[in-house]
Design a protein around this ligand. Structure first.
Ligand code: HSE
Length: 437
């Protein structure tokens, strides 16, 4: 039987993982695929720096045409990341009739619709299991395992770097910068770590997951994004006193035909399953109307877990190639995503519970001024803590609310911040109970 031949573009952390796994687990992969998986060429700008895995010099090249122009290569693996030249290489591979496997969530979030159209036009497939949740088989689970479901809600911890930072800040009192440096050293962070800490990497992944779960195209621009850079030790401690942990959550939900897509620091109950997802681990909690609640959990970043997801796509495609079939499974699960009409809910319309921290003078009447404004906007308080006693300076006043409408919350905080007794911009963290509404 013919072998499946692949060309790898990008011999970095994940690329090295792919090579290592092919070498280490070649036998078991062959038993599952039914033939050899042959890594024919690796192209990278740098082919001299030592890698965690040794390869024969003859398969290394700096010339992209050694992959593009080789008619024997069935599958191109794109692991360089970023938008360009990754997009050009992928589109060119598809035009040449080659299948593509990528871990590039930023590229898919911004140009996935165009890439999937090009693949269909050329009768080839695009695999992107490694783009979301590293080694966790999330894409395939939603696209195939949950194909019977009307999915109601997804809650995800989808960025290992942000989760590592929040975990170190929560459990060890580490500083933000100390924890970020460690995550970078461990190889979890993006080349530009602002994508991790500002929530954009999580949002890239959420946009892909929502298209898979609810239909429609990938609509990254509809995701509301807030990162973790404003999270203070104080908030982590207050959250803990109220029985919550702070996680950077990706939330996708469908209510009354409208899709809510948002990424922000979120307080979730300490006893919720997602609260125990710590360090670089990722997890996705999904509620389907038939299956109920399920959770997928595992390492969301790193050389070997992400490499494993890349190979799962190669083997999947290899099986189809050997059977002479293509485009068997729609990339985003719905047969024609572009024709699905889907509407999105702006953040101003969401209803949830809130944590507020006000920095206010410790004087008679201050609490009633703040609660008066909240009452005016129909925001009902469920708990209050005031810590410390200050004659001159300000003290933190922390409140939790019952369910309120975001636009009312924004208006109320704007008014509260104008009070002369309030000394710093008020802090808001949304609270989720982690269940479908
Ligand atoms: N930077 C990402 C993370 C890598 O920290 O999770 C995986 O996409």
């Amino acid at each position: 039987m013919r072998s499946i031949k692949v060309g790898l573009i990008g011999f970095g952390t994940v690329g090295s993982g792919v090579v290592k796994i092919i070498r280490q687990n070649g036998d078991v992969i062959k038993e599952r695929l039914g033939t050899d998986l042959e890594l024919k060429k690796i192209v990278d700008l740098d082919i001299t720096t030592p890698r965690p895995v040794k390869v024969e010099k003859s398969i290394l090249s700096t010339n992209i045409d050694d992959i593009m122009e080789d008619p024997e290569i069935d599958i191109v693996i794109e692991l360089i990341g970023g938008i360009e030249p990754a997009k050009t290489f992928i589109l060119k591979s598809l035009e040449k009739g080659k299948h593509v496997v990528t871990a590039n969530k930023a590229l898919l979030a911004h140009h996935g619709n165009e890439i999937f159209e090009a693949a269909a036009k050329n009768g080839v497939d695009v695999g992107f299991e490694a783009s979301v949740g590293g080694g966790i088989p999330l894409i395939r689970s939603i696209r195939e395992g949950l194909v019977a479901e009307d999915i109601q809600v997804i809650y995800g911890i989808l960025n290992g770097t942000a989760n590592y930072i929040l975990t170190r800040m929560t459990t060890d009192g580490a500083s933000f910068s100390e924890a970020l440096k460690e995550a970078q050293e461990k190889g979890y962070a993006e080349a530009d770590p602002t994508l991790d800490i500002e929530g954009h990497d999580t949002a890239h992944k959420l946009a892909i997951m929502c298209a898979l779960s609810f239909g429609g195209k990938i609509e990254f621009d509809k995701v509301h994004i807030e990162g973790i850079t404003d999270i203070d030790q104080k908030d982590i401690q207050f959250a803990s006193e109220f029985g919550y942990k702070i996680k950077l959550l990706a939330i996708g939900a469908e209510t009354n035909g409208k899709i809510d897509m948002r990424v922000h620091p979120t307080m979730i109950p300490k006893d919720h399953v997602l609260s125990s997802v710590d360090g670089a681990y990722n997890a996705v909690f999904i509620n389907g109307n038939a299956v109920g609640n399920i959770m997928l959990y595992g390492l969301g970043a790193g050389m070997m877990p992400t490499g494993s997801a890349v190979i799962s796509d190669i083997v999947d495609m290899g099986r189809d190639i050997l059977h002479g079939v293509n485009n068997r499974v729609p990339p985003l699960s719905f047969v024609d995503s572009s024709k699905n009409s889907v509407t999105y809910k702006p953040i101003s319309e969401i209803k949830t519970r809130y944590y507020f921290r006000f920095e206010a003078l410790d004087r008679p009447g201050v609490l009633s001024k703040i609660s008066g404004i909240l009452g005016k906007y129909n925001i009902s308080i469920s708990a209050v803590i005031q810590k410390g006693r200050q004659v001159a300076g300000s003290v933190p006043i922390v409140m939790l609310t019952h369910t309120a409408v975001e636009k009312n919350v924004r208006s109320a905080l704007e008014e509260i911040d104008k009070l002369d007794v309030v000394k710093a911009p008020s802090k808001l963290i949304r609270i989720e109970n982690g269940e479908a509404e």
